[in-house]
Design a protein around this ligand. Sequence first.
Ligand code: ADP
Length: 505
Amino acid sequence: MTLPVFPETYIDLLPEVRAFLGEELKLYIGGRWVPALSGATFETVDPSTGRVLARVPSAQAEDVDAAVRAARQTFDSGAWHLKLTASERGRLIWRLADLMEAHAPILAQLDALDNGKPVKKAQTVDVPLSADHFRYYAGWTTKIEGATIPVSTPGMFNYTVREPIGVCGLIVPWNYPLLMAAWKIAPALAAGNCIILKPAEQTPLSALYLARLFEEAGFPPGVFNVLTGYGETAGAALVEHPGVDKIGFTGSASVARTIIRNSASTLKRVSLELGGKSPNIIFADADLEQAVVGATWASFGNNGQSCTAGSRLYIERRVFDRVVEGIADEVAKIRVGMGMQAEQPDLGPVVSGDQLNTVMGYIQDGYASGAHSVIGGKRLGGALADGYFIEPTVFVNVQDSLKIAREEIFGPVVCAMPFDDADEVLRRANETPFGLAAGLWTRDLATAHRFAAKLRAGTIWINTWGDTDAASPFGGYKQSGHGREMGKEAIDLYSEVKSVWLRAD
Ligand code: ADP
């Protein structure tokens, strides 16, 4: 295929990236590169320019079936979890992390082209965090232990072991293409599973490149497979397939509901990391300078395309105007531009034309329901008119009941709302079907602890926002998910417990 034409302002593509985009890209199944059996392909687009980057295979049910057979065969043969020692598995995962680091500039360019994010951010944040994730779980392979249980039957010896679940279908979104894949692949591998990864149709490139690194690292064929394709076809077929033992999903609540319905016939294990409408509460006694910067990036980091975006901003009334003004000043400094442009922006475009329409729809709805924007509110034109760029937008005069204050927008939009006292804001913060993250800014220790205890969310950030670490569990209360990723919890998520009884007298 001929290469797309890139704008002159773009950083030069690395030769490896140029070659990759010029190739006929294939699915990775059972250690082999194969086209979709039907020959179907789809285009992946650069959201900074609206131009087609590459054509990738569009996996259909028969390709899913082939991948499941390959993964199943490898799993059942024990080539990964039985024939290699835990230490050998750990070493392979570590080698993969080394290769990711060595190929960081390539992986970063692929994510920046496909997702639109600034390439410098991809290289300094997404890729190193992904590699770190693999290193953390490389260490876990040798530490997955059972327990001896003091059962009350005389003469009985009872112990537990943790075993892999089997074949895991991992379905990931487009907001952090490589990192979201790493969050799932690393613990699933460490626990001894075989994997079929389905990246989002908007951002398939880094997943295909990652498969090359698996190959180079020397993983047994069939341990890691990649199917590019649409959610409704490849994703749905993976969910329904009886040969898949577990689905790990990150994405929207509506797709999660479909996944739960479609997994009912096989009753496979399902873990879900979903969205949020996270409350971020600023008390008047906080270090307001720190809170202003923190709240700005809680709202607009990754263009608000984060499940943990602090998109409901509650500010104590007596400092409301001052804080909103401070945030508007911070937002005015944010440079929005193309992810690959030489002069790196702070934020890129939103991921697709569909996402642009969704976010702009919410912004129109905000205006129509009486909210005012203190800054932002428009699609960006001029040199950015071909891409999907939206100004970071801060709304005030927002009631809790408005759609923009209740629904996840997944774009650069925040609602700032005043509050008068702690009990009131706690109640309002928890009045949501979501429960992924919540945070507060205060110098008062008692308030910090009280809110940490009473906010109903899987992660609480106090005088900070957005921190994650491979060692710290992450996931949602309520409709924000099932299960916890990262930390020891993710090993539990990707393993079964077996209880063994032995008559010992
Ligand atoms: P978003 O709304 O952020 O695009 P989605 O929840 O639609 O997120 O998509 C997240 C992932 O789920 C993507 O990989 C997508 O292809 C996949 N997906 C979408 N629909 C389905 C489905 N019906 N079954 C399985 N996977 C799906």
